[in-house]
Design a protein around this ligand. Structure first.
Ligand SMILES: Nc1ncnc2c1ncn2[C@@H]1O[C@H](COP(=O)(O)OP(=O)(O)OP(=O)(O)O)[C@@H](O)[C@H]1O
Ligand SMILES: [Mg+2]
Length: 495
């Protein structure tokens, strides 16, 4: 990036009105100062800043008593009247652009530009130029710090700490490298702030800082969006069975993390997990982020439609962009068929949202790994399961006897019980047709029952609870059967 050079080009191109949209004012004001002071005498333009609270002040030089308290209209009249060349930065002027008098005054200033070179810079967090002024304006975007500059910022923060504490910052080289990568996509001030958070707590840059950095980064990026940051992730050891799915995911980890570029492997795009309720789809999505060691973001289509009625597509695009800035990350879309089912859509919104999503999925090349889950195939748009959309479609079926045994083990251990103390063979046989969630529920209920009787948890307690349960595979036998025959030939078994 070269902000100085780009700004210089705009100033020299004789555009009278410059629009800058940013939440980060100070670096932009600094940039304007620097560019002004670096110009030679013939091109020199003083810089003035105006705010509704402070009025108009000279900015690049500290002159005293040069403040003029002017309201929005007066400041424009002042600029129009003066013949002095200059750069006039109007901060937060956007509310006053609704006034026809102000629009006309700005237009007069622009029309007079060839006679009197007065640049007006409109600096706001968000600014729509009225159509009357569009022909006179150009937008300037402050480039975000690149890798070298982020490295530089971290070094500056580290030396700040050294000066304050009289000790050097210790940095794990790999953690430093990841910190530089993970701070991508933020403004200079935000980059500095997060680097400060990471360093000032303990004077060290370690892997343990990264989680906090990513959570804070998400807060900065997702102002009012539909992405959720999931703090809870899992490991593959928490997921019983699904060994093919887990091996497939493991195999793609190096390519996803950019460690296999030399081998010419494509960056994996993602998987769709289809299957019976309560058999570990959502759990695997969470475990993928844990195993890849990256943040887990959850995209919620329900909120997308409810909260942003009429603006769903734009908000989806923005959320997907946020996910790309957070990359590498896992983007989890739970029950995707609920958000993208086009069955009852009279307005075409869902169809457009689906189109936006599929285009993004096909074209993306940043490491955002999508894990989508679905359990209702009747609502699943056929476009989504067509070959080449996702890297693979996995079917997550009810657990077989080995997997049921493993599920008992995981959940007994999870609650502080030694699985060896239980008759796992009897338990898994009694749980034939049960989902993982139902097995877990059986253990939980048995714990309550045992506690009520002041007895230690035993095989018998669990067996009693299992007997009382009608598993979903029985209650919804037809649905499960339909799901299986649909999956046959279309999907790969996850177990
Ligand atoms: N294979 C498994 N290994 C360990 N625990 C499991 C497994 N399957 C299910 N469970 C337990 O059941 C809970 C519910 O499973 P999960 O939410 O992943 O199901 P799902 O497939 O996403 O179901 P749904 O289609 O209803 O969303 C999990 O949090 C976990 O505790
Ligand atoms: Mg689920």
């Amino acid at each position: 990036m070269n902000n100085e050079h780009d700004l210089e080009l705009i100033l020299n191109s004789q555009v009278p009105l410059i629009v800058v949209e940013t939440h980060d004012e100070p670096p932009m004001l600094e940039l304007l100062k620097r560019v002004s002071l670096s110009r030679n005498a013939a091109d020199y333009q003083p810089v003035f800043r105006w705010t509704i609270t402070d009025g108009l002040q000279r900015m690049e030089l500290a002159l005293q008593d040069d403040t003029e308290e002017l309201d929005p209209e007066q400041v424009l009249r002042h600029i129009r009247r003066t013949q002095q060349t200059g750069i006039y930065v109007l901060l937060d002027f956007h509310p006053y652009l609704k006034d026809p008098v102000n629009i006309r005054l700005l237009k007069d200033i622009c029309i007079d530009f060839p006679q009197a070179k007065r640049h007006v810079v409109l600096l706001s967090h968000q600014l729509e130029l009225p159509p009357e002024l569009e022909a006179f304006g150009a937008r300037f975007h402050i480039a975000l710090p690149n890798e070298r500059q982020r490295n530089e910022i971290i070094r500056e923060v580290a030396s700040e700490w050294r000066e304050a504490k009289g000790k050097t910052v210790s940095a794990d080289p790999r953690a430093l490298e990841l910190l530089v990568t993970n701070l991508a996509g933020l403004t200079e001030s935000d980059t500095r702030r997060l680097a400060r958070n990471a360093i000032f707590n303990d004077g060290a840059i370690t892997r343990s800082d990264l989680e906090g950095v990513m959570a804070a980064k998400y807060e900065l990026l997702n102002r009012g969006g539909v992405l959720g940051f999931e703090y809870e992730t899992h490991r593959f050891s928490d997921v019983a069975g699904l060994s093919r799915l887990k091996a497939w995911l493991e195999q793609r980890k190096p390519a996803f993390l950019g460690e296999a570029q030399a081998a010419g492997l494509d960056v994996p795009r993602g998987v769709l997990l289809i299957g019976v309720q309560g058999c570990g789809k959502s759990l695997t999505a969470k475990a993928t982020a844990g195993v890849y060691g990256v943040p887990l973001l959850r995209l919620d289509f329900g909120t997308l439609y409810n909260k942003y009625h009429g603006e769903s597509e734009r908000n989806l695009r923005e959320s997907l962009k946020t996910a790309e800035v957070m990359a590498p990350c896992v983007l989890w879309i739970d029950e995707i068929e609920k958000g993208l089912s086009t069955g009852h859509d009279s307005t075409g919104t869902t169809r457009r949202v689906l189109g936006t999503f599929l285009t993004w999925l096909a074209e993306k090349n940043s490491p955002v790994f999508v894990v989508a889950t679905a359990n209702d195939i009747s609502a699943l748009p056929p476009e989504l399961v067509r070959k080449g959309r996702f890297d693979e479609l996995f079917f997550v079926d009810l657990p077989d006897s080995d997997v049921r045994m493993a599920i008992f083990e995981v959940h007994l251990r999870f609650r502080g019980h030694d699985p060896a103390a239980f008759d796992l063979a009897r338990l898994e046989a009694a749980a034939d047709g049960f989902s993982g969630a139902e097995i877990e529920q059986g253990i939980v209920s048995a714990l309550y029952a045992a506690h009520a009787k002041r007895e230690p948890l035993s095989t018998a307690h669990i067996l009693r609870e299992l007997e009382r349960t009608q598993p979903l595979s029985v209650v919804m036998a037809e649905t499960v059967h339909a799901l299986r025959s649909w999956a046959d030939g279309r999907t790969v078994p996850g177990h």
